[in-house]
Design a binder for this molecule. Structure first.
Ligand code: IPM
Ligand code: MG
Length: 367
């Protein structure tokens, strides 16, 4: 049987340098755990625009459809701000999500013990935090029609449409209930059923799917209250399910609770392929950070943790994912710090690639 395949799309800014550290980890699994992957690499975002005039070439899109998992770095940068909307780096990312039909976006927000002081909230509010946001990723106001800027009388009007079908809500809800079953059997659904019809339908459908999961304690919350509760008492949540736009905003809020955006991975999952693996793309939650690109300052952990999610969700290697996560915790507990993690208590400052090396050392020590 051939090795499982991975397409790496490093993208822009710090994407290439953090992805170089992921490559070390992938190679380690091939060499030390007999888990070899066929890895190929291609362009996305501004890097693809520079070469092809589009943020994602058709050939790259076709490759992404074929592999077992896509690992993406980050896209965008000030250089591309002037581009037409249709070819902005972000369009490459949105095309991947839409055409691969990656409807369930899993965004864990986990507070590492060694970093609890980094949160802008009090330590006791966030210590031990471990929540998972499931964001619907292929529909809603991001993609709904009509959309555009139109002439209306003597002025222009900008239009976007929030649109959800029952089946779109249902599949996102099901993904969230399945996760809840594997975690603490607690799910909170967030929408604005008080002002939006799409929210009323969302609540109805989530409730209906919930009847298939009687063990899961389901609650509903208006998304604005949800934002408030996330900051007030985040540990009341375990799994949260919400739509595309609310999920975009709430996941940034949840990410920042942990104090370190450089630590958070994500998985975007679609329907199972012929080989039983879900269509999948993994990427760090952080952006391309053009201000620090190329200086060895970036934290590669979010991107490496995204590979851990790939081990767990695409390759059925939950134990190896845990090994990698534990290695990272160990490195942090030892006080190894990239620039973004350097707090008043100090630590051993390391570059992007030195952090990768430390993680490899911890993996070696785990054997
Ligand atoms: C995210 C990002 C994207 C989004 C952008 C880059 C298009 O903010 O993944 O959360 O809005 O979905
Ligand atoms: Mg976002």
């Amino acid at each position: 049987m051939s090795n499982p395949s991975i397409l790496i799309l490093p993208g822009d800014g710090i994407g290439p340098e953090v992805m170089a550290e992921v490559r070390k980890v992938i190679d380690w699994y091939g060499a030390k755990r007999d888990l070899a992957f066929d890895v190929s690499e291609d362009l996305v975002g501004g890097a693809a625009y520079d070469k092809h005039g589009v943020p994602l070439a058709d050939e790259t899109m076709a490759k992404a459809q074929e592999v077992d998992a896509v690992l993406l770095g980050a896209v965008g940068g000030p250089k591309y701000d002037v581009l037409d909307f249709s070819v902005k780096p972000e369009r490459g990312l949105l095309r991947l999500r839409k055409e691969m039909d990656l409807f369930a976006n899993l965004r864990p927000a986990q507070c590492f013990d060694a970093l609890a002081d980094f949160s802008s909230l009090k330590k006791e509010v966030v210590a031990g935090l471990d929540i998972m946001i499931v964001r619907e990723l292929t529909s809603g106001v991001y993609f709904g029609e009509p959309r555009g800027i139109f002439e209306e009388g003597n002025e222009r009007v900008g239009i976007n449409t929030q649109r959800y079908t029952e089946s779109e809500i249902e599949r996102a809800a099901r993904a969230a209930f399945e996760l809840a079953m594997k975690r603490n059997k607690k799910l909170c659904s967030m929408e604005k059923a008080n002002v939006m019809e799409s929210g009323i339908l969302w609540r109805e459908v989530v409730t209906r799917v919930g009847e298939e999961y009687p063990e899961v304690e389901l609650s509903h919350m208006y998304a604005d209250n949800g934002a408030m509760q996330l900051v007030r008492a985040p540990k009341q949540f375990d799994v949260i399910v919400t739509d595309n736009l609310f999920g975009d905003i709430l996941s940034d809020c949840a990410a920042m609770l942990t104090g370190s955006l450089g630590m958070l991975p994500s998985a975007s999952l679609g329907a199972p392929m012929a080989n039983g693996r879900p269509k999948a793309m993994y990427e760090p939650v952080h952006g391309s950070a053009p201000d620090i690109a190329g200086q060895g300052k970036a934290n590669p952990i979010a991107c490496i943790l995204s590979f851990a999610m790939a081990l767990r969700y695409s390759f059925d290697q939950g134990d190896e994912a845990t090994r990698l996560e534990t290695a990272i915790e160990k490195v942090l507990a030892d006080g190894v710090r990239t620039a973004d993690l350097m707090g008043p208590e100090g630590g051993t400052p390391v570059s992007t690639s030195e952090m990768g090396d430390k993680i490899i050392e911890a993996l070696d020590a785990s054997l």
